[in-house]
Write a protein that binds this ligand. Structure first.
Ligand SMILES: [Zn+2]
Length: 137
């Protein structure tokens, strides 16, 4: 089965034909297609679920999460293919919050390392400041 024959892609191509519109696809990420995004005077655009794209690279291509992030971020998400460039959807539920001390670098996912406040003093080293990062995908 080629990417063009993927059922989700075929369905969208048919839908686009009915609308008299065209769109650009990210090849090889058919399982991550959500559907179409519309915006007045622009679009439609094909929308992809970012977390699923990362998953495809990890499962299909055997990449680590970091490699998949880099590959997708640079080659796919970071690609401008003109005004029909697909949309990459990030579910806010998929975002991971990481809290880390600026000095000792003690870190925890989802909460501050020792119940500190964000921007407050680190209870581990008493010198650093707790910072919050949001990691997508
Ligand atoms: Zn610290």
């Amino acid at each position: 089965m080629t990417n063009v024959d993927h059922p989700k892609r075929k369905q969208l191509v048919e839908q686009l034909e009915e609308m008299g519109a065209d769109a650009i696809f990210f090849d090889g990420f058919e399982d991550a297609i959500i559907g179409l995004c519309n915006q007045q005077y622009k679009g439609p655009f094909v929308a992809y679920d970012r977390a699923k794209c990362i998953d495809i690279l990890m499962k299909r291509d055997g990449m680590t999460h970091e490699e998949a992030e880099e590959m997708f971020g640079y080659n796919t998400e970071g690609c401008w293919a003109g005004e029909k460039t697909p949309f990459v959807f990030v579910d806010i539920e998929d975002a991971t919050e990481i809290f880390i001390c600026s000095a000792c670098e003690i870190a925890k996912i989802g909460d501050t390392p020792n119940g500190e406040n964000v921007g407050g003093e680190c209870l581990n080293c008493a010198g650093g400041e707790i910072k919050r990062f949001v990691c997508h995908g």
